[in-house]
Design a binder for this molecule. Sequence first.
Ligand code: PGA
Length: 250
Amino acid sequence: MRRRVIAGNWKMYKTLTDTRAFFSSFLPLVAGAKPCDMVVAPPFTAISTAVEAVKGSSIAIAGQNVSWSQEGAFTGEVSAPMLAEAGCRYVIIGHSERRQLFRETDDNVAKKTLMALASGLTPIVCLGETQEDRDAGLTEEVLSRQFSGGPCALTPEEFSRILMAYEPVWAIGTGRTATPEIAAAAHRFLRRCAGEKFSIRHASALRILYGGSVKPDNIRGLMAQEELDGALVGGASLDPESFAALVNFA
Ligand code: PGA
């Protein structure tokens, strides 16, 4: 049985004051939550405040991005050891906004994943096709390319320490969720890639989150698919009540 993960990606939202206010409302709402892994990825500036706010709870804090280098003259970058020292346990890698707006490549994703693992962080590696890819019937080809260019570079032991997130680009921030069946088909495909590259055991232990307009009113249908091991949530993770509703459902 794979343990569910509900992860919130705050993107470039929330100041330190907002972060404190979020957790003071959110913590009591999830105090009785059934066991699932809860993760919140605030902006870099709010990581320490978030780590402080969740002390004593089972909520883990994540970075939204990480450098592929350990240190150096890389203006604007933050390294994996820095995230780990700040108290992060996870890091999101290869989010479609990074890929599309900041030209992140599969090769970057592979390097960042290795760096995160070397610092003891759990990478959440994102993959997903655009609307154009889907319309052209290229979904599996794109997922397979992203899988080969990214997670394939890992050893089996390293692979067993990552999470993956299937995030169809057309569903992110658009209010257009993938149907549970579409999401499950993509997850099955990714699990097949994992089985072929690593082993059936690795594939069946791999946790794959779904991301793209997950909301309290559609989580039930999505989580009814046993292929889906949780959710990576953007918009609905900003509000303590809606994020708590997702966690409490999972
Ligand atoms: P969304 O974002 O839930 O706002 O669609 C998901 C994501 O970007 O991970």
